[in-house]
Design a protein around this ligand. Sequence first.
Ligand code: MN
Length: 319
Amino acid sequence: MNDTLEKIILKLNTCKKAAVFCHVRPDGDAIGSGLALTLALKKAGKFAVMCCEDVPPEKFCFLEAITEVKTELPDETFDTYFCVDSADITRIGVFAKYFKNFKGCTVNIDHHISNTKYADYNYVRVCPASCEIIADILVKTGWNIDSEIADLLMLGLITDSGNFTHNDVSAATFRTAATLREKGADVNKISYQMFARQTKARALLYGQVINKIRFELEDKVAFIIINQADLEKFGADTGVTEGFVDFALTIDGVEVSISVLEFKKGQYKVSLRSKGTVNVNSVASDFGGGGHILASGCMIFGELEEVIDRITYAVYKNL
Ligand SMILES: [Mn+2]
């Protein structure tokens, strides 16, 4: 069951020592929503720390507050745990066990349709980004949104909405963006850091994998395959492949674009994008994953060809 915004705001106001968790392999929305909430709590005079299992990727280092992200939970007596941008508690990795066994209050704030409402207090609203929800919460709390917090919230809004191009971008999304711009969010800077700049290694890897793009189901499905050998060849890490999957969806006739990234030997991280005729949340859930109707993901174990066959069949069932 969803709790009211008022209840969540009450939890923000009454907590004194909070830890904020986001999902593993954090993206712009995880970093943005987690850090914005953490800084807002701190600026409201509370003790707050943000934890993520993984060190944030280099591309987020332009954010001064990125040093606030800890990979270990400090030895403190917390009264409240917040979890942001995470559909399921297992998404926060090593911290899930602390969250589950926590004696204090737990709060879940998220925008994923597949959210399992795992906390004492749950606020889940399907919208482009968790940052849209955190922005609404902070506005309604009456806490000051300074330019640093505005930047963090705009970061998640921009990245998770595909620069305001995804189908689920609503008038409310733009109203939130307008508020953040008023508070000093630097859209030009964030957009450049997230979408324009790239390393030489990424550009070369991109060329290589696009060249090997593979089509199935009468060209309705496009696969982008990234193996460890490609990554090694260009000295690229798995993080640089973010966004590759979106490219194949731009092809006429392609309804579903899928990137299959060899995460470890025999383990593939699969990202799915849909133009709308196929619900890729349903496809990903066949493999224990999830996300959104138009953008989803899962992990699949096995050999590459077998993995591709299994996904192709799952898409076929949903066509
Ligand atoms: Mn998100």
